[in-house]
Design a protein around this ligand. Structure first.
Ligand SMILES: [Cu+2]
Length: 154
């Protein structure tokens, strides 16, 4: 009787120890992803009929994004879906767009100035990667909750 109680307590301590180790790992482990500390990102996008170069731009959530729009031929615009902001540029007169990427996901940006027959297909994509520290905090919380459940359920 006393022997089984002792064995059960030992199992509980083992669970607690493993849980603490997992939480520590989730919080401290170096993950193979670039740092998520918010930074200012300067991105030059060149517009010409009928494409943006680069066509896909990646930033991290929380970054301050400064887009410098240059035009190689006629007047073009850049309207960013989801953030509802825009700028325009013509040769020699670049446009600037500055915003904080506070929503993650994939957002299309499109030309905002009718520039020719394929203008409706002049589309690029902004990918805002989720905030890593936040994901780590969520993972640590979930692991702690599961661990606590395992310890106190008995
Ligand atoms: Cu256009």
């Amino acid at each position: 009787m006393i022997g089984t109680q002792f064995a059960r307590r030992k199992t509980q301590w083992l669970f607690a120890g493993v849980t603490m180790a997992l939480v520590a790992l989730a919080l401290l482990a170096p993950l193979p992803v670039t740092g998520a500390a918010p930074q200012e990102r300067h991105i030059t996008i060149s517009a010409h009929t009928f494409a943006f170069e680069p066509g896909t731009v990646r930033v991290n959530r929380g970054d301050t994004v400064v887009i410098n729009l240059e035009s190689a031929d006629v007047m073009h615009g850049l309207y960013l879906d989801g953030y509802e902001i825009s700028t325009r540029a013509e040769p020699g007169q670049p446009g600037e767009l500055r915003f904080v990427a506070d929503r993650d996901g994939a957002f299309h940006f499109r030309c905002a100035v009718p520039c020719g027959n394929l203008h409706p297909f002049m589309i690029g994509k902004l990918i805002v990667e989720p905030n890593l520290p936040w994901l780590r905090a969520v993972a640590a919380t979930l692991i702690a909750a599961v661990g606590a459940g395992a310890v106190f359920w008995k």
